[in-house]
Write a protein that binds this ligand. Sequence first.
Ligand SMILES: NC(=O)c1ccc[n+]([C@@H]2O[C@H](COP(=O)([O-])OP(=O)(O)OC[C@H]3O[C@@H](n4cnc5c(N)ncnc54)[C@H](OP(=O)(O)O)[C@@H]3O)[C@@H](O)[C@H]2O)c1
Length: 330
Amino acid sequence: MTEKKIKWGILSTGWIAHKFATALQVADNCELYAVGSRTLGTAKKFADEFHVPKAYGNYEELVSDPAVDVVYIGTPHNLHVDNTLLALNHQKHVLCEKPLGVNRKEVSRMIERAREKNLFLMEALWSRFLPNIIKTKELVDSGEIGEVKLMTAFFSVKSDHGPEHRQYNIELCGGTVLDTGIYNIFLSLLLLGKPKSFSAIAGLSEQGGDNSCSYTFKYDKDTLSVMFSSFLADPPVVAEIHGTKGKIVLDHLWFCPGKVKLTYRDGREKIFEFDFKSNGYEYEAEETAKCILAGKTQSDLWSWKDSIQLISVMDDIRKESGIVYPKHDL
Ligand SMILES: NC(=O)c1ccc[n+]([C@@H]2O[C@H](COP(=O)([O-])OP(=O)(O)OC[C@H]3O[C@@H](n4cnc5c(N)ncnc54)[C@H](OP(=O)(O)O)[C@@H]3O)[C@@H](O)[C@H]2O)c1
């Protein structure tokens, strides 16, 4: 029996679009069918590189192709809402890069449109679908390390880009919280749920975006999650979860495919390793395909409620630490 495949259209041709296209080559139930860029030449170059049958010189034409089932959006943060609505309005399912929108209002609009149209929509929070993160959640949920008392998660990578780049550019809603801090916050919400209270402080650029930000969540019984994100320095990008019976350590680039190290308080260790087919983006693609083929509009692993909770916490952190996107009011 032939495998049923869904046809992907990739909207944009930047860094992440290349990674995602690479993963689609091996993802189950997926076919990379079309690409759309602001310029036809760029779309054609991308299509040549990945053997994509259709190349379009604007996003409208891509979403208008009747053969495209689902659109992957890899544009800067400020454009996610418009690009997603464009695709949904053309009856396409959508996998949109993180953050789904830049504030709760945008994310709610996107979800409402998907609901009205009965289409699949998911935030491409790729780490959620990686076996190492799934294993970590299983270990925490099953009480393997006892009661969690402290989580630390850091995502600081020096960025040498200029002020016009999407990481810094305020017009494109740059800044660490939405770009990289989102992974730290996601991990805390995934493993420990919604915090009871929090504090946050940011270092702001001249444009008003955050070059660095730290945020601490407080949970019941004095459990803390201590996190930071920065574009200014290169410490190890690690996450640790400490419980009453042991700890879990996710090594450098913890949000990527990797190992899980479990150490009990008596010193015994277990290391969990996984086989990855490609660069790790295949898991979110396969989850999307599985949901669409099953007629679902959202994933159980990363649902609309999860995206709303994540953006709501990020809105609160932005308010507390003074990060303002003038054209995208909270
Ligand atoms: N999941 C992950 O691991 C991961 C990693 C990095 C980034 N991301 C996310 O992916 C998204 C894109 O990041 P990226 O690093 O791929 O960015 P990028 O390299 O700058 O690519 C963004 C693409 O968006 C399109 N675009 C449309 N309007 C644009 C504008 N005004 N300025 C710049 N580009 C514009 C361009 O494609 P065309 O010219 O073809 O239209 C451009 O190549 C962001 O949401 C980011 O947070 C996710």
